[in-house]
Write a protein that binds this ligand. Sequence first.
Ligand SMILES: [Zn+2]
Length: 246
Amino acid sequence: MIDSHCHLDDPHFSKDLEHILLRAQQSGVQHFIIPGVQHGQWSAQQALAAQYPNISNAFGIHPWYCNQHDDLHFEQLEKLLPHAIAVGECGLDFMPNRPAHHIQTACFQKQIELAIQFDLPLIIHSVKSADQVTAQLRLQPQIRGVIHGFSGSLQQAKTFIKLGFYIGIGTRLLQHQGQRSNALLHELSLDSILLETDAPDGLGKQQRNEPANLLDVAQRLATIRGIPLESVQQQCTKNTKELFSL
Ligand SMILES: [Zn+2]
């Protein structure tokens, strides 16, 4: 399996990364995609990819940090993108106390344009912003990517799929064992799903998440759909390879 979204460059992993990678391997997770969140972490990501051949990088600016970036950072980002498998994670987060909406929108728009320029997929973070994200994506019919950590409705998921996007399903769904998420996991077409952990996040504030938990996500998906675990693993790995040209 491939963890399509894990922040292995996060300081929470600096002390025991070897261990984390070993446990992941024992759970059948062989490859890791690290999305970028802000310029201060880009060099740490590069160092990891240089050390481990099974780590691939995306570079981008997360909506939480978009007000800490100026034109120079965008120039730096542009230089990194030839070494990236995607642009992101970028997008819109309209929870309270986030950067102003117009700043987020501009930062997202620039990254959409970079994705087109470099012919790369987008890794999108969308919270309380599905309509606004959809509106920006609709203007660029050639764009493709993944809506990571999806937590919206089945209808919203279908809209994103129609726009050429995969739906990132992660450990958060293990915590919401509600009817709505079960219906979503049951109805979504398997060839539109990518598996992710979003480690070290994704299990609430108290607990550090890690890529080994991807197996639990795949298992829950298989149980809800009533299909073998291997079918979920194979199809989602294929989807991830296709999207990121791995
Ligand atoms: Zn993330």
